[in-house]
Design a protein around this ligand. Structure first.
Ligand SMILES: NC(=O)c1ccc[n+]([C@@H]2O[C@H](COP(=O)([O-])OP(=O)(O)OC[C@H]3O[C@@H](n4cnc5c(N)ncnc54)[C@H](OP(=O)(O)O)[C@@H]3O)[C@@H](O)[C@H]2O)c1
Length: 326
């Protein structure tokens, strides 16, 4: 099969993915082999091809955290899926290839109305948004959430999901133009990331602060986002695009009993991913069918041009997801 080749330790690491031939993977018990029709890029892929973000032990070394396609072969003990089923999948790796093996707990049927390109853009962002808004963030109806770097793939889905959970949604980022595109998806207010954020948040909510921050940006501005929380508010740290360092007022965290949770999806066990996928699907299936929830696709590239897609992700200026048609 054609695939983005795994990064090797014995050759110079590159920012450019290289395509080549690999043996087809074989599904074990509880897994299926998917003929990939489309996959989508994630920030993690940029790190992985540089050798900075290895896959969890035992998982495919080919990059690619999500895909859509058709089941070609089912492994032993698989009776809930058949060859020919149209599926989308959350992956620990392997999506940037013509074929990938997927544990059944990480499969979802493609809802009517979504094509392969849109379906490929959904699993990683949807499950990251679900995990952090619901499982980690405990967002409740009528609570408020502030999402940073919200024009990202994850952010553009998290805004819709938070709206469907019945929350008030505030978004912050560097490009006001891209943030404004989140209003039709459910954003009530669009705020510049580093310009007196706590005051702006309190003015909009007409209250003591936001209940939950979904932090996709990280970096030195984290202290401002903590200051925007109400007492006993929660911040879930999901991304550190703006840097891994920040100076925090520990006295404020202590006095106001703030909670900060770090969260990664890829490293979770297959069992935990299966639980998250199942919970997400129970909530989202009907909303995907009637299109209240939709993945946001910025651009689709053919597989041969995957290096251009990586370069575009690196350059930025993207609203939503970059999809690769295989
Ligand atoms: N923890 C997990 O399990 C998990 C899972 C998936 C993703 N993530 C993380 O979530 C974040 C979003 O991922 P994604 O794939 O959705 O990203 P993406 O689509 O590539 O979007 C990146 C976004 O981040 C913004 N950005 C870039 N550099 C920034 C900086 N220095 N300060 C503030 N904003 C910055 C960009 O804003 P502009 O529009 O201003 O360029 C853009 O909106 C990433 O940090 C990613 O690593 C974490």
């Amino acid at each position: 099969m054609r695939a983005v080749l795994p990064t090797r330790d014995d050759v110079e690491r590159s920012n450019i993915p290289s395509l080549g031939q690999l043996a087809d993977p074989q599904p074990a018990a509880g897994e299926v082999l998917v003929r990939v029709r489309a996959t989508a890029l994630n920030r993690a892929d940029l790190l992985q091809i540089r050798g900075l973000y290895p896959p969890p032990p035992g998982e495919s070394k080919v990059p690619g955290l999500e895909c859509s396609g058709e089941i070609e072969v089912v492994g032993e003990d698989v009776d809930s899926w058949q060859p020919g089923d149209r599926v989308m999948a959350l992956l620990a790796g392997g999506g940037q290839a013509e074929k990938v093996v997927v544990p059944t707990g990480q499969l979802m049927p493609i809802p009517e109305g979504l094509d392969f390109r849109e379906a490929a853009a959904l699993p990683e962002v949807a499950l990251t948004a679900w995990t952090n808004l619901v499982a980690e963030g405990r967002l409740q109806t009528r609570q408020s959430v502030l999402i940073t770097a919200a024009a990202s793939g994850v952010g553009s889905f998290a805004v819709q999901l938070a709206r469907e959970l019945g929350a008030r949604v505030l978004v912050a980022g560097r490009s006001m133009e891209r943030l404004e595109r989140l209003r039709p998806l459910g954003a009530e207010a669009c705020l510049p990331l580093n310009n007196n954020l706590p005051r702006a948040v309190r003015a909009i909510l007409d209250g003591p602060g936001v209940d939950l921050v979904i932090e996709l940006a990280g970096g030195p501005g984290l202290s401002e986002r903590l200051a925007a929380l109400r007492s006993r508010g929660r911040l879930v740290l999901v991304g550190i695009l703006g840097g891994a360092g920040a100076e925090l007022d520990l006295g404020d965290i202590l006095r106001r009993r703030l909670r900060i949770t770090g969260s990664v999806l890829r490293a979770r066990s297959r069992q935990e991913k299966a639980r998250l996928v199942s919970d997400f699907w129970s909530f989202a299936e009907e909303r995907l069918v009637d299109q209240r929830l939709r993945p946001v696709v910025h651009k689709v590239y053919p597989f041969d041009e995957i290096a251009d897609a990586y370069a575009q992700l690196e350059r930025g200026g993207v609203f939503g997801k970059l999809v690769i048609e295989i």
